[in-house]
Design a protein around this ligand. Structure first.
Ligand code: NAG
Ligand code: NAG
Ligand code: NAG
Ligand code: NAG
Ligand code: NAG
Ligand code: NAG
Ligand code: NAG
Length: 561
């Protein structure tokens, strides 16, 4: 059994795991010899904490303080072993003494013959009968969760000891004291007498997996913020607790992978900043929400200040699920900068802002925006310098006083994609590759704070300038012109380049009965064609009228209201 524990010890304490201190829950599943060796022969009885081990361990050479080991550590992902292991090398003895004294004592006693040396194991066969290792409350310097496979090899004098350990690991990073084991505490910038805590994974490590339960790790009562940085993988759980922990903001910085764990009752800190994260596979439903709005919260401390700010910068995200940002109100800040998102699902981001706050998405890259991907209510929202592959109907929805959509490049914008009530609309310097019929038709004049403003003297504005349009279906480039006609509006429709025939786009001279509203349409078309507005048409008929986009499901007829 010495070897069993040695193996656990190696599994858990590579040379590289020195800095992080974690509390663990380890459930060993099996320990088997490598092919062509007879190093271990163990069977188990029982489950979980009472699992008992019986059998023998063959040590072919004396293990002494200088014996080195190699460990190939791999997580199981979807029941398959990771392709590339993490290779760790180190001296066995050192790790036993430093981290596993307690369990090592148990092993030495349980072995037959018993092991006497502090850290020397003579060669020979050690027997174990119904040995139940006490693995709880082990402090171990590694984080991570899941099923793991570790192959441990020791070689000496041409002889090899080799075994494979499979175990479930559930490890949490824990705070002990400032200035040790990766934690530093600085005086808070914001609150006198309080502390900003930073947990820094040792950047020389290759195997730093950290799991933090924000409201459940031991921390000083003076904590105001937590920063986690320079880690390979961080699993974060916002599960609520009964503790009143005054964390005002959480920052995740310079991290390979971040995974927000699903927990029953979420408590977000007021401000969350995520910066330079290579991969967030999924932001799941209910990741960001305001705790006070959840109905059932026994055992949770109800915060005075709820979540109000989210900043994402230099982050790659696979998918944002429905209700991932769940109807967050009174937001003080919402910013996405240089964020790449493959898919924003139906109803994923629903926010309303405090007065004067401008939500911002810039320099970003979004694949698909499903219907109601963004539902926004507030004084301002800007989407700038962003590349979007496909905007589905109503993918940008809400009521925004100042809406700015500039310097973007959109491959496909479907019917009704931007469905907004706005006082001021600025859409400048965009590239639209394919515009479906009615893409902008749900942009209407509207107000958030009607009661406070006087409609009589109020001007709405719609500024559509300097856009390049490659393909457009009939009626694709108009906002809700009937509604604009009914209120005082400044419309600027200038310096756009349409790589198609303007006649086709706007049906000047089309031999159809235009019916009710024709004069409004005519005014709009006249405005586009007015030479003083400097819109350019390339007279390329096949680029527009009559040509359906490949994304279009039905063969709708020309949209003429
Ligand atoms: C703590 O403060 C010191 C001195 O101002 C600074 O050098 C250090 O980077 C800070 N540590 C963290 C983790 O912010
Ligand atoms: C990182 O770990 C290495 C190896 O254990 C150690 O020598 C180094 O001092 C550590 N660096 C920091 C910043 O903790
Ligand atoms: C971003 O994080 C990675 C680690 O994930 C780090 O190697 C890199 O230096 C960080 N970049 C910046 C600009 O801090
Ligand atoms: C969103 O939150 C507001 C304010 O708490 C509430 O009035 C509204 O019903 C919520 N909407 C949805 C769809 O949950
Ligand atoms: C989108 O926003 C508008 C204006 O706020 C609203 O009337 C409409 O119901 C919303 N939903 C859809 C699906 O367009
Ligand atoms: C759009 O891009 C131009 C040229 O790169 C730049 O001058 C302008 O400030 C940008 N506008 C916005 C709103 O970012
Ligand atoms: C229309 O464009 C002109 C010239 O660029 C500008 O001065 C004016 O403010 C614009 N009007 C609106 C309503 O944006």
């Amino acid at each position: 059994m010495a070897q069993i524990k040695l193996i656990f010890v190696f599994l858990l304490y590579g040379k590289t795991f020195l800095v992080v201190n974690s509390v663990s829950n380890i459930t060993p599943e099996s320990i088997t010899p490598c092919e062509d060796t007879d190093s271990v022969s163990l069977t188990t009885k029982g489950e979980g904490e009472s699992k008992a081990w019986t059998g023998s361990v063959n040590v072919p050479f004396e293990i002494d303080p200088n014996t080195e080991f190699t460990m190939d550590f791999r997580w199981y992902k979807n029941d398959e072993l990771e392709k590339n292991g993490k290779i760790l090398k180190g001296k066995a003895c050192y790790y036993i003494q430093k981290f596993a004294e307690n369990i090592w004592k148990q092993i030495k006693k349980a072995a037959n013959p018993p092991i006497d040396g502090e850290c020397t194991v003579k060669s020979g066969k050690y027997e174990f009968v119904d040995f139940v290792p006490q693995l709880n409350n082990m402090f171990i310097p590694i984080g991570g969760t899941g099923k793991a496979n570790a192959k441990i090899t020791m070689t000496k004098d041409g002889k090899t000891f080799c075994a494979v350990v499979i175990a479930d690991l559930n490890l949490r990073t824990n705070f002990e004291k400032c200035d040790i084991k990766g934690w530093t505490c600085n005086n808070s910038v914001e609150v006198a007498g309080k502390h900003d805590l930073t947990f820094r994974c040792n950047t020389t490590l290759t195997t730093q997996d950290v799991q933090i339960w924000l409201w459940q790790f031991a921390s000083p009562a003076t904590i105001t913020s937590l920063t986690i940085e320079n880690c390979e993988r961080v699993e974060l759980a916002f599960g609520c607790s009964a503790e009143n922990k005054p964390i005002q903001w959480l920052k995740l910085r310079n991290i390979g992978t971040v995974d927000f764990l699903s927990v029953p009752l979420i408590h977000n800190p007021p401000m969350i900043i995520i910066q330079n994260v290579t991969n967030i596979e999924t932001i799941r439903r209910d990741t960001f929400l305001q705790m006070k709005k959840t109905l059932y919260k026994p055992g949770c401390f109800i915060p005075i200040t709820d979540l109000h700010s989210i900043v994402l910068k230099d982050v790659n995200i696979g998918r944002i699920e429905t209700e991932a940002f769940k109807n967050i109100t009174d937001m003080k800040k919402f910013e996405m900068e240089n964020v790449k998102i493959n898919r924003v699902e139906y109803g994923a981001i629903r926010l309303s802002f405090e007065p004067d706050v401008v939500g911002l998405v810039k320099n970003s890259n979004i694949g698909v925006m499903e219907p109601l991907a963004f539902q926004l209510v507030g004084d301002g929202f800007s989407m700038l310098n962003t590349k979007i592959d496909n905007m589905w109907g109503s993918s940008l929805n809400g009521t925004i006083y100042d809406f700015e959509f500039s310097n973007n490049s959109v491959s496909m914008i479907q019917a009704g994609a931007i469905a907004l009530l706005a006082k001021n609309v600025y859409m400048n310097n965009n590239l639209f590759r394919d515009i479906e019929s009615g893409a902008f038709r749900k942009i209407s004049p509207g107000l958030l704070h009607d009661s406070q403003r006087n409609f009589g003297t109020l001007y709405f504005s719609y500024d559509f300038k300097n856009n390049l349009i490659e393909h457009v279906e009939d009626g694709g480039i108009r906002p809700d012109i009937e509604a604009y006609k009914n209120v005082a509006t400044h419309i600027n429709y200038t310096e756009n380049v349409l790589q198609c025939s303007c006649e086709a786009v706007s049906w000047l001279g089309a031999e159809v009965d235009l019916g009710f509203g024709y004069s409004v349409l005519k005014d709009f078309n006249t405005m586009i064609l007015d030479p003083s507005n400097k819109n350019t048409c390339n007279f390329n008929p096949c680029m527009c009228f009559g040509v359906r986009s490949p994304y279009k499901r039905s063969s709708a007829t020309a949209l003429v209201f």
